[in-house]
Design a protein around this ligand. Structure first.
Ligand code: SF4
Length: 415
C-alpha cells in the first residue's frame, strides 16, 4: 500500500504511525511533496475542518535571561539587538492583548523570558490575566513563563489561565547540545505539572537547529507521549548574535514535510505553525495551512512577522476561515478530555517554550515524457535515504527583522 494512503488512514483513525513511516515522510522527494501535503490535508480537515486558529503573542518581559538556550535571542550573552525590558504592567499587557483579539486572535500567549517564574511573578501574571479577561472573558489565555515550581501551575489555573506552554524543542539525545543550564527532563516535568493542574498543555519543537530526521521524529513522538492539546512547530530564526546564527538548514519544502510528519503523528492535536513561518515557508505559507490548523497573528516575541492583515488575507485567499471564539478548537473527543483545562493551545521560537526539481541535468530528462508522478512507496523513500533536493537553504537574513513595535515600545502592535 502506498505510504501516504497508510498514513492518511491512520490519521483518520487516530492511530500512531510507525517511526519508519514518520521518517519516510521526511525523506520524500520534491516530486512527491504535493501528494504529502494533500494526504496531511485530509487528516487536518477530518479533525479541524478549514478553520485556522489565531494566537497572539505578548512578550511580558524581553531579554535579560540567565539561561543559555543557543537558539534564543534572549539568552545569556546574546548579542542580538532585540528589545530588552522588564515586566509589563497588567494594563500594558492587556492593551497589547486587546489589539491581537481585535485582529481575530482567540488565544493570547503571555510569555516571559527567564528560567522560571517566582511566586511574585505568578502574582503579576495573575493580575494580567484578570485584566485581559475583564475586557473579554472569551479570550483564551496561555502562560509561558519557563520552568514551573510546585504549586505554580495550580495558582495559574486558579487565576484563570487556560493553558501553559513549554516546548521540548528537540530530542532528548541532543538536548544538551543546545542548552546546558537546564535539562530535557526539566522541560518534561513542567509539561507534566501543567497537565496535572488541569491546564491545557501546549508543547512543541524547533526545527532547523542542525538536528537529524531521527531527532525530529524522536521529539515529535515524545510530544505525542506527553499528550498536549497543541504542538507549536517553530522553524529556527537564526538571529545574528546567537550561536545558531549560521544554521540556515531549512527550505520551504523541508518545512512542509516536517509539518506533515507532525500532523500524521498528532492527527487530532492542534498543530501550530509558530516562529519562522515567514522566514522559511515564505511564499509557501498557504500550503502550510493545509496541514496546520493554527498560526500566530502578527509579530513574534523578538522578531516581526508579516502584517496581521496579510495573515488574514492569506487565510481567506487559501480558502480557510478564522476560527471564532464560539467554535471549539479540538475535536469533540479531545475537547471533552481537556474539559476543565480548556481548549487547545502555545508557541514561538525562544522564550522557554517559547526558530528542485529535476534531479540531474534538467534538459536531459525533465522535458519530455509527461509521466505521472510515482506513488510514494515506503520502500522507495527508505531506499532514497535522504531528500533528493531542497535540503540546503540560503541565508535569508534579509527576512529576519527584530521587533521594534508593540509590547515594550511606544508604537502600535502589529495585529
Ligand atoms: S528560551 Fe527561555 S529560558 Fe531559554 S534563553 Fe530564551 S528566554 Fe531564556
Amino acid at each position: 500500500m502506498d505510504l501516504l494512503d497508510i498514513l492518511t488512514d491512520k490519521g483518520l483513525r487516530r492511530e500512531l504511525p510507525t517511526r519508519e513511516e514518520a521518517l519516510a515522510v521526511l525523506a520524500t522527494t520534491d516530486d512527491q511533496l504535493l501528494d504529502v501535503v494533500a494526504a496531511a490535508g485530509r487528516v487536518r480537515r477530518q479533525w479541524f475542518g478549514r478553520r485556522v486558529k489565531l494566537n497572539y503573542l505578548v512578550n511580558l518581559k524581553s531579554g535579560l535571561c540567565p539561561e543559555d538556550c543557543s537558539y534564543c535571542s534572549q539568552r545569556l550573552g546574546s548579542k542580538a539587538e532585540i528589545l530588552k525590558y522588564t515586566w509589563l504592567k497588567p494594563d500594558q499587557a492587556a492593551e497589547a492583548a486587546a489589539a491581537g483579539v481585535a485582529g481575530g486572535a482567540k488565544r493570547v500567549c503571555l510569555v516571559a523570558s527567564g528560567r522560571g517564574p517566582t511566586d511574585r511573578d505568578i502574582d503579576r501574571v495573575a493580575d494580567t490575566i484578570a485584566a485581559i479577561k475583564d475586557a473579554d472573558a472569551s479570550v483564551e489565555v496561555c502562560a509561558c513563563l519557563g520552568l514551573l515550581s510546585d504549586n505554580q501551575a495550580e495558582r495559574l489555573k486558579a487565576a484563570g489561565a487556560d493553558a501553559y506552554n513549554h516546548n521540548l524543542n528537540t530530542s532528548e539525545s541532543t538536548y544538551g547540545d543546545i542548552t546546558t543550564t537546564h535539562t530535557y527532563a526539566d522541560r518534561v516535568d513542567t509539561v507534566a505539572k501543567a497537565h496535572g493542574a488541569g491546564l491545557s498543555a501546549c508543547s512543541g519543537l524547533i526545527a532547523g537547529m542542525g538536528e537529524s530526521d531521527e531527532d525530529l521524529v524522536d521529539v515529535v513522538f515524545a510530544l505525542r507521549e506527553l499528550d498536549p492539546d497543541s504542538v507549536p512547530v517553530n522553524f529556527l530564526i537564526p538571529f545574528e548574535g546567537t550561536p545558531l546564527a549560521e544554521e540556515w538548514n531549512l527550505t520551504p519544502q523541508r518545512c512542509l514535510r516536517i509539518l506533515a510528519m507532525v500532523r500524521f503523528v498528532c492527527p487530532d492535536i492542534e498543530v501550530r505553525i509558530a516562529g519562522g513561518r515567514e522566514v522559511h515557508l515564505r511564499s509557501m505559507q498557504p500550503l502550510g495551512l493545509h496541514i496546520a490548523n493554527s498560526i500566530f497573528l502578527g509579530d513574534y516575541l523578538t522578531s516581526e512577522g508579516q502584517a496581521g492583515q496579510a495573515d488574514l488575507d492569506m487565510i481567506k485567499d487559501a480558502g480557510f476561515e478564522v476560527e471564532g471564539a464560539e467554535q471549539t478548537t479540538l475535536p469533540r473527543h479531545r475537547a471533552h478530555a481537556a474539559a476543565g483545562g480548556g481548549c487547545g493551545g502555545h508557541q514561538e521560537e525562544g522564550a522557554c517554550g517559547t526558530g528542485g526539481g529535476c534531479g540531474t541535468a534538467c534538459g536531459t530528462v525533465c522535458g519530455g515524457h509527461g509521466e505521472a508522478p510515482e506513488a510514494v512507496e515506503t520502500a522507495d523513500v527508505e531506499s532514497a535515504g535522504t531528500r533528493a533536493a531542497g535540503t540546503e537553504d540560503e541565508a535569508r537574513t534579509d527576512l529576519v527583522r527584530v521587533r521594534r513595535r508593540g509590547a515594550g515600545t511606544e508604537l502600535a502592535p502589529n495585529a
